[in-house]
Ligand binder design. Sequence first.
Ligand SMILES: [Zn+2]
Length: 296
Amino acid sequence: MGDNLEVRTEVQLNLMTAGYCTHREWLTIQGGSFGSVRFPAMFAYIEHPRLGTVLFDTGYSERFFQATSAFPAKLYRWTTPVYICEEETAAHQLRALGVPPERVQKIILSHFHADHIGGVRDFPNAEFYYLRTAYRPLQDMSTFRATKAGFLPELLPDRFGERSLPIEETCSKISLNEGYAPFTEGYDLFGDGSVIGIDVSGHAPGQLGLLLRATGQEYFLCADAAWSTAAYASHRLPKPIVKWIKADWRQYKDNLHRLHVLHRQRPELLIIPTHCREAEQRYVLGSEIKGDARRG
Ligand SMILES: [Zn+2]
């Protein structure tokens, strides 16, 4: 394991949203409202000084509707209403920013739920970084079990395995310096201290968060280790009823607690959960005009 490390190479970071789903808020956080609220599927567009365009997750794409048109995957669509149109996909939005999908070299996947891998087929030249422990359990699952695990295999591109760089085998494991306690170790994804992957399992096995720094600000993109800023800031768990969709409830609770402690110790480090509306409003350009996508 390498020396105590901190994030030392800056990247450019744009947080963006590709679609959203709705859920009753009271299920997702203790004390939440009974109303149905919007959960944006954010992703990160990163420009690395040496490696070019890198994505962290992709949000939804319209393929979700095709992939959930028959049983048992249709149950996914019934329990999770999803809203996305072509103009809102990661590929379309990047193209509008002058980044053709072919230019995306690397996609880091936090985990394999459809709201994170929904757009990966749109990036034909990307190689994929993820924790082996996130993907291996899904590979031999029945369609029913995969649906329950939030995984729709047809969202992955052909030759996914050949284009993959499982992090445990490809990247150096490092000790983090004490500024990230109680998180103590991670993976130096590109070998230059620019993007550090942190195992935040619980919501899904092998779930990966990212530490990185852009324009002097340090970020921890924590994926679904918390569903909102309020959840880690005030340490509020979801309702116990959602235990059945968490892969490992004990790990989930542990990592939410770690995020809470880290936030208390270093409030200046921005912890961003993928589905946090408040973070979206603050950091995603144009987020106020989103929300009018058609329902599938
Ligand atoms: Zn998610």
